[in-house]
Design a protein around this ligand. Structure first.
Ligand code: SAM
Length: 280
C-alpha cells in the first residue's frame, strides 16, 4: 500500500509526498500539527496541511533566513525569531560568534514540543543556553520592545490565522522600533510566481518602515514554486551591497551548506520578472 500526503500549493496545484508513517498529530488552539515520516524527504513538519520543514531541504530556507540578515548587520549580538518554533533559524543564528542571545517568540508550544521530539537536528539550538523561548504572540511581544534586537527574523506561517498581523505595516513599524540603530529585519515573503500580492505588500511595508528595503531569493524545493523570496529592511546598512571582503572574512567562522558569500551577493540579483514586479 502507498500512503501519500498532498498539499494544495495553490487552488489548482498540488505537491504529493509519499509517506511511511504519521509520527505525531494533534490539534492545538492555533492549528493542526503533524510530523510525518516520508520516503524521500526525511521527517516533515506540516501545519494545517501545509509543509513547513523537511529534513531534506530545511537548510536551504533556514540558512537564507538567518545568515543574510546576520551577515548584513556589522556585529549582531541579540536576535529575535518570531514564529520559527521548529528551531531551524535559531540553530543558524547561534552559529555567529558575536551572537549572545537568540529569543524565539513562538505562539504555539506544541510546535516546539513536537520538533524537539521528532526533528532534533533542526531543533538543536533550542537547548543552547543562549536561546530563550517565549511562548506568546509575536505581534504583542514586538509591540512592547524598544531598541533591543540587532536582527529580527520573521519565520512565520502563511498569512492565515495568528500569522495575519505579521504581514501588516503596523508590525513592520513595531519591528523597526524593536531594533537597535543598525538593526536588520527579514521576513519570508513567499513565491513570486504564485503569491505576488503578499510579496508586494511586504515590500511596501519594508519601504515604509526602514531606510533600506531589499528583496532576495533562494531555492526551497518543497515550497510552492521552489523559488522563494525574503524581504529585508535595514536601518543603516544597504543589504543589497554587502562588502565582499567582510563577508568572506566573517564566513570562515560559520559552517553552512547553502549560504556562502557568493550566494549571499547573488541572492540580491533578481531575475527581470521579479525586478519588474517589485518596481511596479
Ligand atoms: N518555514 C516555515 C514556512 O514558511 O513554511 C515557517 C515555519 S514556523 C514552524 C512558523 C511558525 O509561526 C508556526 O509554528 C506558527 O505557530 C508560528 N506563528 C504563527 N503566527 C504567529 C504569531 N503571531 N506569533 C508567533 N508565532 C506565530
Amino acid at each position: 500500500m502507498q500512503l501519500w500526503f498532498s498539499e494544495d500549493q495553490t487552488r489548482h496545484i498540488r505537491i504529493s509526498v509519499r509517506i511511511k508513517a504519521v509520527l505525531h498529530r494533534e490539534t492545538t488552539p492555533y492549528q493542526e500539527v503533524m510530523i510525518l515520516d516520508t520516503v524521500e524527504l526525511g521527517r516533515m513538519l506540516v501545519l494545517d496541511d501545509i509543509i513547513q520543514v523537511t529534513e531534506h531541504d530545511e537548510f536551504c530556507y533556514h540558512e537564507m533566513m538567518s545568515h543574510v540578515p546576520a551577515f548584513t548587520h556589522p556585529r549582531p549580538r541579540r536576535a529575535l525569531v518570531v514564529g520559527g518554533g521548529d528551531g531551524g533559524c535559531v540553530r543558524e543564528l547561534l552559529k555567529h560568534p558575536t551572537i549572545e542571545q537568540v529569543d524565539l517568540c513562538e505562539i504555539d508550544e506544541a510546535v516546539v514540543r513536537a520538533c524537539r521530539q521528532y526533528l532534533p537536528e533542526v531543533a538543536a539550538g533550542l537547548d543552547d543556553p543562549r536561546c530563550r523561548i517565549l511562548i506568546q504572540d509575536g505581534i504583542a511581544y514586538v509591540k512592547d520592545c524598544r531598541d533591543h534586537y540587532d536582527v529580527v527574523v520573521v519565520d512565520s506561517t502563511d498569512p492565515i490565522g495568528p500569522a495575519v498581523g505579521l504581514f501588516d505595516e503596523a508590525f513592520y513599524r513595531a519591528a523597526a522600533r524593536a531594533l537597535t540603530a543598525d538593526g536588520v529585519f527579514v521576513a519570508q515573503t513567499e513565491s513570486p510566481f504564485f503569491f505576488q500580492d503578499i510579496l508586494l505588500r511586504a515590500r511596501r511595508n519594508a519601504e515604509a518602515s526602514f531606510a533600506h528595503a531589499a528583496l532576495y531569493w533562494g531555492v526551497v524545493p518543497t515550497y510552492p514554486g521552489g523559488f522563494w523570496t525574503y524581504t529585508m529592511g535595514s536601518k543603516t546598512v544597504d543589504p543589497a551591497r554587502p562588502d565582499p571582503e567582510a563577508l568572506a572574512r566573517r564566513a570562515a567562522a560559520v559552517k553552512t551548506r547553502y549560504w556562502s558569500p557568493e550566494v549571499h551577493r547573488q541572492a540580491f540579483v533578481l531575475p527581470p520578472f521579479v525586478r519588474d514586479l517589485v518596481a511596479r
